[in-house]
Write a protein that binds this ligand. Sequence first.
Ligand code: B12
Ligand code: SF4
Ligand code: SF4
Length: 263
Amino acid sequence: MTATAALLAEALQAHGLQLRGGFAVQPDEGLGAVTDGRPVTSLWMVGVVGSAFWPTFVASSFYRDGLPDPLDRWSQSIGDALAQRLGGRALYPFDGPPYHPFQRWADRAEVLQPSRMLLRIHPQFGLWHAYRFALALPQALEVQDVAHIQTSANSSKPPGACGSLPGTPPTAQGVSAPRFETGLCATCSGQPCLSACPVGAYSTAGFNLAACATHLHTEAGQPCMQAGCQARRACPVGAEHRYRPEHAAFHMRAFAAGRGHAG
Ligand code: B12
Ligand code: SF4
Ligand code: SF4
């Protein structure tokens, strides 16, 4: 593992965050230079898996200070400090519109697929993962870093409940997403996410945001508000990584209030 990857992995662990992967950036991708003028040559994705970060975040001043968007501000404090330490720039999923293409970047950084829920599905973590920031760095990404990150992320047994993942492991150049028609969702028995929403917000046609948002403000929507999206919870892949109720409720409150939806 290179010094950059080792430093990142250790620093993130202290916050309950995970180095999710990285990929080499081409000069024509518009990511520009870092502050001292060197070109950005690698992008490193940082995110959450399950509720691992929740206790650290809840213990932080950001959670308690009563100001808006505590999770975004917590993420910024960590991302900006790391970027400064490594001579790079931190990029955030909530900066926009226009937004940085985090899902497309994630596809290049680790083995993911699009899902019926439109979220990216991971063979081990299922739908229970999200991104907090990306670091655009002048340091080159080595194949050994990618191999190390992937080995760490896949150290426990994959679920296999909804089929196996046909993706290939990323290289330092990244991978394109495996085909949706042949992935975990295509082989999922009964596709329970599509029938679990009480107002049918998810279908093969996509996500009906208005139906969901309206429901969340009714009495009948309180189970979603308190325990998280029932459609997402119905997915059997990575079920052991489902968010804790208090963590899920935090995201649902932000989502229903139209104030971000960080996870
Ligand atoms: C706007 C936005 C929304 C909008 C619209 C989402 C949409 N699909 O269009 C709304 C408010 C509905 C929304 C809701 C949620 N979102 Co949202 N959202 C975003 C945000 C901020 C910007 C998306 C965007 O426009 N990107 C710009 C384009 C250029 O980037 P992109 O990588 O190409 O992304 C697009 C494609 O990947 C495409 N896409 C996604 N899946 C598929 C599948 C196929 C087959 C194809 C062809 C395309 C496609 O949709 C993306 C947007 O157009 C992203 C963060 C980010 N910066 O990307 C989070 C993000 C996508 N959301 C996220 C989450 C977790 C949610 C919620 C679950 C939050 C919650 N707790 O309720 C819900 C679930 C709704 C859903 N099923 O999509 C996560 C997804 C993580 C993951 N595992 O994939 C992200 C990445 C934020 C994060 N911090 O990690 N979201
Ligand atoms: S329940 Fe099945 S179809 Fe739905 S997201 Fe999970 S694996 Fe895909
Ligand atoms: S949060 Fe509730 S209403 Fe919204 S999509 Fe999920 S299950 Fe449906």
